[in-house]
Design a protein around this ligand. Structure first.
Ligand code: 5GP
Ligand code: ZN
Length: 115
């Protein structure tokens, strides 16, 4: 997908350190970390959100989520982590390529979304 920053990172057009990569996803550090450890697990296929995913995308996302569980200790998330997917305007999604935030490396505050 042209002009998608995550597609450019996935295809190497923008260099990045990939903590993990397989045929379905990459894991990189978030450029603006909101916790001691903040990774983005990004499916390689470009689609914006849950609304846009196909059945195959759903199956592959399930595989990615299982893999996240397996590699979490190697990312320093052995003590647990928060898993977040922001969707759309109210979800404050800023990059229109579905991705998973993995936050940890500390005990995380429980956000109050009404504040
Ligand atoms: P969203 O708000 O869409 O759920 O999350 C997008 C995330 O991507 C943000 O946390 C932002 O800091 C991160 N981000 C945006 N551009 C880049 C980039 O070029 N490199 C990396 N590593 N992260 C990025
Ligand atoms: Zn993309």
């Amino acid at each position: 997908m042209e002009d998608c920053i995550f597609c450019k990172i996935i295809n190497g057009e923008i260099p990045s350190h990939k903590f993990y990569e397989d045929d379905l996803m990459i894991v990189i550090a978030d450029i603006a970390p909101k916790a001691n450890k903040h990774y983005l697990a990004i499916p390689k296929k470009h689609y914006k959100s849950f609304t846009d995913m196909t059945g195959d995308d759903a199956v592959n996302l399930g595989k990615c989520i299982k893999k996240v569980g397996e590699i979490a200790p190697s990312l320093g998330l052995e003590n647990g982590f928060r898993f977040v997917i922001n969707q759309g305007e109210d979800g404050m999604q800023t990059v229109p390529h579905l991705h998973m935030h993995l936050l940890g490396g500390q005990k995380l505050n429980e956000p109050n979304y009404n504040k």
